[in-house]
Design a protein around this ligand. Structure first.
Ligand SMILES: [Zn+2]
Ligand SMILES: [Zn+2]
Length: 672
C-alpha cells in the first residue's frame, strides 16, 4: 500500500478523499456511508438493520452516528441509491438528531421515505430532490454525483459515479445484471463503461453474493415456477415475500390475474408499498383485482390469493401470526398452498423454519427453498461482480455491503481480475478509507457501533437495558423489599418475590440470604453511604444501598445456585430509632472478616467466612432467637422514636432451619 499524499504539480498537497462506512460492513444491513473531502461531508444512504436473537424488545438497529452529530455543520447533503430499508430506513430517525440540508434520490425511494418522514414528523427538516437516470447533482463544493440506472430486486435503483477533486469513485449500490428486467429498465452499462474508459480511481461494490459462483438468474425466471404452483393449487394460495421486492410483487399480481384469483393483502408494509408503487406507476394492476381481507373470505378458496409479509419469520408479521393461530382474520386450512418467495436473511433462518414447521403441522402445503425456483436474489453473483469490475476497471477496490467472508471472497474475485492485493482494502464500520490519485490507505477510525431503538423508534435501548432484558428473559427476576431506618437498622425481614427463576432454593432461603446481604451492607458500607448532616436526619444514599445489596445477592446466587436473575432491591426508609428486627441470624456471631475497604468491588465480601465456594464451615446450628413478631413493613415507622436499639443485625452462616411455628409463619409472610 502506498501512502503518498497526492501532491499536485504546484506542490500543494491536496487533501485525501475520505470514505467512512458507518454501517453495512461485516453485516447485511444499515448501510450508511460518509464521503468527506475538505470541509464537505456527503452521505450515501442511511439504512437500518433488524435485531438479532436476544435483542429483546428492540425493533430496529441503527448505526452509531456520533461522528455525524459532531460534524453536522459540514453535512452538505445525502444521496439515496434505492428504497430498501437497509438503505433508507434510518433517515427519518437521523433527521431528528442532525441536519441533512438536501436528499437526492430516485422517485420511488423518496416516495417511500416521505411516508416514514411524515410518520416521524420530520417532513420540514430537509428538502427531497427526485433524480432521473444520468442526472448529475452537485453536493457541497467538491462532489458531483451521476445517477446510473442499475438493476436490482427493487425498481428505480441506481449506481453512483461520484466525482471529487482526487478522482471518480464508482459506488455500485445494490445490483445484479438483469438483462430482462421486469419493468424493462435495463442496466446502463454504457455509462459504467464510459467511466471505466475515463479512469475510475476506486470501486466500492456490493459483496452480498460474493461466495456464489456464476451469474445471478434474472428476476423473470421465477415467473414460470410461481405460475406452476399457483395454477396447480386446489385451495387458497398464500404467498409471502418482501413488500419492497417491487418486481416480485408485480409478477405475483400478474399471476393472480392470469389464474383468476383475487388478491387480499396483509401486513402494513405490503399495503403501503403496493399503494405507493401503483400510485407512481411502478406496478400495474386493476383496482378490482384487490379485495379487502374481511370480504375475501366470502370468495371460493380457488379464487383467492393472499399476499402478505412474514417471509423472514418476523414474530409480528402476518404469516407468522397466522402460523401461530393468532391472526384475527385468517386461519390456516389444510388445502392451502403457502409459498415462501424469499430466502431467509442470515440470522432469520431459525424463525423462518419454525414458521414453516408450524404451517405444515396444520396440514398446509408449504413451498420453500432453493430447489423450487420461486426466488432469486437481487444481488449479483461472482460473474456479475466480475462484469462490474471489467466495465469500470478501477485502480483501487473496496468490497462493501457484506459480512466479512463475503468481503474476502469479493477481494479474491478482484485479484483474479488483475487488481493487486495492495490496491484492495477490506474495512470495517468506522474505518476511514483515504484515497488520493496514487494511494489508498486506512486512516484512524471514527466511532462506530450500534444504537437500538424500541417499538416507538424514539426510545433508545442502551447496553444496560438490553442486558437487563436478557437477564429477565433468561434468568428471571427477584425483587427484594427491605425496611431500613435512617440510622442504619434493618427494621423488618426482607420480602422476596421470585418470578421466572429456576432454582432449588425456596423463597425462604432467598429471604435469608437477602437478610444477610442487607446486614452486611449495613455493617460494612453504611458509613460510606450515609452523610451525616449534623444533628438533622442523615443524608442516606438509598440508591447506593440498593445497589450494594443487589450486587451482593447477585454474587451469592451466581455462586450458590449458578443463576443470574435480575435483582431489584427496593428500600423503604424508616425513621431513625425504629427498633431493629432481630434477624434470624441475630444470635450468630459474625464470622465475616472486617471489610477491606472499597477497593475490589467486593473486597470484604469475598473473605473466607462466607463459604463462597460452597465449602462453608459447618454452621453452628445455634438457633436464632425469634423475637417478637416482625413488624409489617408498613407498620414499622409507627414504632419510631421509642427505642434506641441501633444494634445492627449480624448475619452469619446459619442455614435457615425451621424453628417452630412462629418462625415458619413469618417466613411465609416475608416472601409474600
Ligand atoms: Zn437493496
Ligand atoms: Zn442493501
Amino acid at each position: 500500500m502506498t501512502h503518498s499524499n497526492g501532491a499536485n504539480p504546484s506542490g500543494i498537497k491536496k487533501p485525501a478523499l475520505r470514505v467512512i462506512p458507518l454501517g453495512g460492513l461485516h453485516e447485511i444491513g444499515k448501510n450508511t456511508c460518509v464521503f468527506e473531502y475538505g470541509d464537505d461531508i456527503m452521505l450515501v444512504d442511511a439504512g437500518l438493520a433488524f435485531p438479532s436473537d436476544g435483542m429483546h424488545g428492540v425493533n430496529v438497529v441503527m448505526p452509531d452516528t456520533s461522528y455525524l452529530k459532531e460534524n453536522q455543520k459540514r453535512i452538505r447533503g445525502m444521496i439515496v441509491t434505492h428504497g430498501h430499508e437497509d438503505h433508507i430506513g434510518g433517515i427519518a430517525h437521523h433527521l431528528k438528531n442532525f441536519n441533512i440540508p438536501v436528499i437526492h434520490g430516485p422517485r420511488l425511494a423518496l416516495a417511500m421515505l416521505t411516508g416514514k418522514m411524515e410518520e416521524a414528523g420530520v417532513m420540514d427538516r430537509t428538502i427531497l430532490q427526485t433524480v432521473a437516470p444520468r442526472d448529475v447533482v452537485k453536493v457541497g463544493q467538491h462532489f458531483s454525483v451521476e445517477f446510473i440506472r442499475n438493476t436490482h430486486s427493487m425498481a428505480d435503483s441506481f449506481s453512483l459515479a461520484i466525482t471529487s477533486p482526487v478522482g471518480t469513485v464508482i459506488f455500485t449500490g445494490d445490483f445484479k445484471f438483469d438483462h430482462t428486467p421486469v419493468d424493462g429498465e435495463t442496466f446502463d452499462m454504457a455509462r459504467l463503461a464510459h467511466y471505466g474508459d475515463q479512469g475510475v480511481l476506486c470501486l466500492f461494490s456490493d459483496s452480498t453474493n460474493a461466495e456464489v459462483p456464476g451469474f445471478c438468474p434474472p428476476e423473470r425466471s421465477v415467473f414460470p415456477c410461481l405460475d406452476r404452483h399457483i395454477s396447480q393449487a386446489e385451495g387458497r394460495v398464500i404467498i409471502t415475500t418482501f413488500a419492497s421486492s417491487i418486481h416480485r410483487v408485480s409478477m405475483i399480481l400478474e399471476l393472480a390475474l392470469k389464474n383468476g384469483r383475487k388478491v387480499g393483502l396483509l401486513g402494513r408494509s405490503m399495503l403501503n408499498v403496493i399503494a405507493k408503487a401503483r400510485e407512481l406507476g411502478y406496478m400495474r394492476a386493476p383496482d378490482d383485482l384487490f379485495v379487502p381481507i374481511k370480504q375475501i373470505r366470502d370468495l371460493p378458496d380457488r379464487e383467492t390469493l393472499l399476499l402478505m409479509t412474514g417471509s423472514q419469520g418476523e414474530p409480528l408479521a402476518a404469516l407468522s401470526r397466522i402460523s401461530r393461530g393468532e391472526h384475527p382474520q385468517v386461519q390456516v386450512k389444510s388445502t392451502d398452498t403457502i409459498i415462501f418467495s424469499a430466502s431467509p436473511i442470515p440470522g432469520n433462518t431459525i424463525s423462518v423454519v419454525n414458521t414453516i414447521d408450524r404451517l405444515m403441522m396444520q396440514g398446509a402445503k408449504v413451498v420453500y427453498g432453493k430447489g423450487e425456483g420461486i426466488h432469486v436474489s437481487g444481488h449479483g453473483f461472482q460473474e456479475d461482480q466480475k462484469l462490474m469490475l471489467a466495465l469500470t476497471k478501477p485502480k483501487y477496490f473496496v468490497p462493501v455491503h457484506g459480512e466479512h467472508r463475503m468481503l474476502v471472497a469479493h477481494s479474491k474475485t478482484a485479484q483474479s481480475m488483475g487488481i493487486p492485493a495492495d490496491n484492495i482494502l477490506i474495512i470495517d464500520n468506522g474505518d476511514v478509507v483515504q484515497l488520493s490519485p496514487d494511494s489508498i490507505s486506512k486512516g484512524d477510525p471514527v466511532k462506530a457501533g450500534i444504537e437500538l431503538l424500541d417499538a416507538s423508534r424514539n426510545g433508545i435501548v442502551d447496553a444496560r437495558v438490553l442486558k437487563e432484558r436478557q437477564q429477565l428473559a433468561e434468568d428471571g427476576v427477584i425483587t427484594l423489599l427491605a425496611v431500613i431506618s435512617t440510622d442504619g437498622v434493618m427494621a423488618a425481614p426482607p420480602r422476596v418475590n421470585i418470578r421466572g427463576v429456576v432454582t432449588t432454593a425456596d423463597a425462604r432461603k432467598l429471604s435469608m440470604w437477602a437478610e444477610r446481604e442487607i446486614g452486611w451492607v449495613l455493617e460494612n458500607r453504611w458509613n460510606q453511604l450515609c452523610r451525616n448532616t449534623g444533628g438533622k436526619a442523615p443524608d442516606v444514599d438509598w440508591v447506593g444501598v440498593q445497589r450494594e445489596v443487589e450486587v451482593g445477592l447477585q454474587r451469592r446466587l451466581r455462586r450458590e445456585l449458578q443463576v443470574e436473575p435480575l435483582i431489584i432491591c427496593l428500600v423503604q426508609p424508616a425513621p431513625a430509632g425504629t427498633p431493629a428486627y432481630k434477624g434470624r441470624a441475630e444470635a450468630e456471631p459474625d464470622s465475616r472478616p472486617a471489610p477491606r475497604g472499597r477497593g475490589g468491588r467486593d473486597g470484604g465480601r469475598d473473605g473466607g467466612g462466607r463459604g463462597r465456594d460452597g465449602s462453608a464451615p459447618a454452621p453452628q446450628r445455634q438457633l436464632a432467637t425469634v423475637g417478637a413478631p416482625a413488624p409489617a413493613a408498613a407498620a414499622a415507622p409507627a414504632a419510631a422514636a421509642t427505642t434506641v436499639a441501633v444494634k445492627k443485625p449480624a448475619p452469619a452462616e446459619l442455614e435457615p432451619e425451621p424453628a417452630g411455628r412462629t418462625r415458619r409463619r413469618r417466613s411465609a409472610a416475608a416472601v409474600g
